[in-house]
Each structure stands twice: as structure tokens, then as C-alpha cells.
Ligand binder design. Structure first.
Ligand SMILES: C[S@@+](CC[C@H](N)C(=O)[O-])C[C@H]1O[C@@H](n2cnc3c(N)ncnc32)[C@H](O)[C@@H]1O
Length: 359
């Protein structure tokens, strides 16, 4: 045992354990930049299915400099992202890592998560300033890595769950959309969910909105690329002010907690829905009690919440700042305060909670 200046006894074993855990986290923090670098340089793509490659072979295939690639490969081997053969000095990307790092259609696809995390870290000095003054920092004020990374991270989850599980879990919604319904996708970002629903329900019409004009511009581009632009009208609008009425379905994907006035948004949704319409709310997976979220997913979400979601809400009127780990009870309170009488959890994944609210 050692004593500090205040005569507090410190267990040296526990101290060293904590120090080594922290060193591992420094490696993980830096690795976020190296994953984004590997993604951008096409290093994972080139390793995928290639069998064991030397740094020179990988450098040649990707048009990069061997010395950088060799060092990068060693970081990836030390972290368990690639396997290293000491005899031949070659590196292999195992199939599981290849799926998570190179297949944008896999629900396990990770580069977007790293991209948005790195974007958030790069903007963190501004969040530190905001923490002193109490000011907010809007979603629109972040760099494009936050926006694009978010789309790249969320889209595979929507591809895997939205059409096959989440919409069918809502009472009677799929039948309405198959016949031809009117849907508002609010806080739609780059429109990944809007495009997916439009592709699945060609008889339905969609209104995508977000308060960030840069995101709406990208959403229009995505709809055009997917050939569903005639089914979707995108507009730049805050959640409490999007246009139109008579919606069969209003959706909000991972954005209610980012809003300054989610109750005001809920009231607007209530006013724009048909009397028998449905509001689907997708929120980050969270327990109601803080300590229920002390797990790897909860930890990552609290970090995102501190750097992105809470400042975003604080930058807007009311600034309720639900946080990304709000949990079901707080979401229920918001929905009920907005005039909805029915609320239930209809689905969940390790990352998401899905709720149905009815007037
Ligand atoms: C985490 S992103 C999710 C984007 C998109 N729904 C998705 O799943 O990819 C949160 C989105 O909420 C939007 N947002 C935040 N406050 C808003 C508000 N008051 N009204 C409309 N959109 C808002 C942001 O611009 C951002 O696009």
C-alpha cells in the first residue's frame, strides 16, 4: 500500500490494473483514426479474401507507401483486427473482421461508427468550451464525418430490421403502406430510412424532413441515386414545423432525444397524424436507470451523448437534453405530454429500442 498526500491508502495492484486498462484505451482511441484511415485507403478491402499479404503486397495493391502500411498493419495485428504470421511476415484479415470492416450491407458493419466517433472527437474542444459556458452545439455545426459516419453506421441496422421486423411490429401499418400510405420521416438526416421505406413500399408517398439543410441536400441525392426521388419530398424543417397533415405514419429514427423541444415535436406529430395514425420512435437502447447502462453499448452511447446529442439539444429552444440514454420511461413522458394516449415498446436490438405511439 502507498499513501497519497491526503493519507488515502492506494492499492498499488489496483492502481496498475487501472493504468494498464487506460493504456489499452489510449490504443483504442488512436485506433479509431487508424480504422478510418484503413477504410479510406482501401486497406481492409484489399486484405479481404486476399489471404496472407506482406506490407509491400498490400501497399502495391492500394497505391500506398510500404513503410506506412507496415506500421498500420502492426497496429491492426496488436489490436486483433488482423492476424500476423511471424514466419512469413504476412498479415491476414479474418472473415469475421472482413464482414464487420468491409461489407456495408452487414448489420455488423463498423466503419461508420468509427467515422462518426472520430468526427465527434475532432470537434470535442468546442464541446469543452460549451461545457464551460453552458451553451449548446448544434448537429449542423459538426463536420461532415459526424453526419456521414452516422448514416453509414445506422443504415445497415435499418436494412436488417426496419422492413422485416420494426414496421411489422406496429399495429396495421404494413397493410396501409402496401395499399399506399402517407409517411413523414422526421429528423431523417441523410434519408437512409426514408429511401429504404420508399423502396419497400412503392405505393406509398414519403415526406422526409430535417432541420439541417446539408443533410437534406444529401438525402435528395441518395433518393435520386436509389431511383425513389419521385416518391419522396424532402424539406428542411424542424420537427415542430414540418409540413403536411393526414399522415398514416410518422417516423423518427435516433433523433427525438437530439431535439431541444421533443414535447413540442410530439404535439406537432399528434396534429399531423390521421386519427388512427401511428408514430414510430426509434431510440438508442437504454435502461431507465443510469447504472443499467454501464455496459459497452451504454458507455459508447453516453460518450456520443456528451459530445453530440446533449449539446445538440441544448443548442435549441427549450433545451430539454434528454440524452442518448434517456430510456423508455422518459420517452413515454415526452410522448404522453405531446397528447398521445397509447405507448408501447414493440421491438429492440442491442443498439435500439422501438416504440409505437398512437393518438
Ligand atoms: C443522430 S442523427 C439521425 C439521423 C437519421 N434519422 C438517421 O437515422 O440516420 C439526428 C438527426 O436529428 C436532426 N435534428 C436534430 N434536432 C432536430 C429538430 N429539432 N428538428 C428536426 N431534425 C432535428 C439532426 O439534424 C440529425 O440529422
Amino acid at each position: 500500500m502507498t499513501t497519497t498526500g491526503q493519507a488515502v491508502q492506494v492499492d498499488e495492484g489496483k492502481l496498475m490494473q487501472f493504468v494498464f486498462r487506460a493504456v489499452d484505451e489510449v490504443g483504442a482511441t488512436l485506433n479509431a483514426a487508424l480504422v478510418v484511415m484503413g477504410d479510406r485507403l482501401g486497406l481492409y478491402q484489399a486484405l479481404d479474401g486476399a489471404g496472407p499479404l506482406s506490407p509491400a503486397e498490400l501497399a502495391e495493391r492500394t497505391g500506398t507507401a510500404e513503410r506506412y502500411v507496415r506500421e498500420w498493419l502492426n497496429t491492426q495485428a496488436a489490436g486483433g483486427y488482423v492476424e500476423y504470421e511471424p514466419d512469413g511476415g504476412r498479415y491476414t484479415l479474418p472473415p469475421e473482421q472482413a464482414m464487420a470492416l468491409t461489407d456495408p450491407d452487414s448489420p455488423a458493419y463498423l466503419p461508420g461508427l468509427f467515422q462518426t466517433a472520430l468526427g465527434a472527437v475532432l470537434d470535442s474542444p468546442k464541446i469543452g468550451d460549451a461545457a464551460r459556458s453552458g451553451a449548446g452545439f448544434g448537429w449542423h455545426e459538426h463536420g461532415p464525418d459526424v453526419h456521414e459516419g452516422c448514416e453509414r453506421f445506422f443504415r445497415p441496422g435499418y436494412n436488417a430490421n426496419l422492413i422485416s421486423a420494426w414496421l411489422p411490429a406496429l399495429d396495421g401499418v404494413v397493410a396501409k403502406l402496401e395499399r399506399g400510405g402517407l409517411v413523414a420521416d422526421v429528423g431523417c438526416g441523410y434519408g437512409a430510412s426514408t429511401v429504404l421505406m420508399a423502396q419497400a413500399f412503392p405505393n406509398s408517398t414519403f415526406a422526409g424532413s430535417d432541420y439541417h439543410d446539408g443533410s437534406i441536400e444529401m438525402a435528395r441525392r441518395r433518393a435520386q441515386e436509389a431511383g425513389v426521388h419521385e416518391q419522396i419530398n424532402f424539406e428542411t424543417a424542424a420537427a415542430a414545423a414540418y409540413s403536411g397533415t393526414g399522415y398514416d405514419l410518422v417516423t423518427m429514427f435516433d433523433c427525438l432525444h437530439d431535439m431541444g423541444d421533443p414535447v413540442g415535436a410530439a404535439r406537432h406529430v399528434r396534429g399531423t397524424l390521421k386519427p388512427d395514425g401511428t408514430w414510430m420512435i426509434v431510440e438508442p437502447h437504454a435502461g431507465d436507470r443510469v447504472e443499467e447502462n454501464f455496459n459497452p453499448v451504454g458507455r459508447a452511447f453516453y460518450c456520443f451523448s456528451t459530445l453530440l446529442c446533449t449539446p445538440a439539444s441544448l443548442s435549441q429552444d427549450v433545451g430539454l437534453a434528454l440524452g442518448a440514454q434517456a430510456g423508455e420511461a422518459k420517452i413515454r413522458d415526452v410522448v404522453t405530454a405531446g397528447g398521445f394516449t397509447r405507448f408501447r415498446r414493440v421491438a429492440e436490438t442491442p443498439f435500439n429500442l422501438v416504440f409505437e405511439a398512437r393518438p
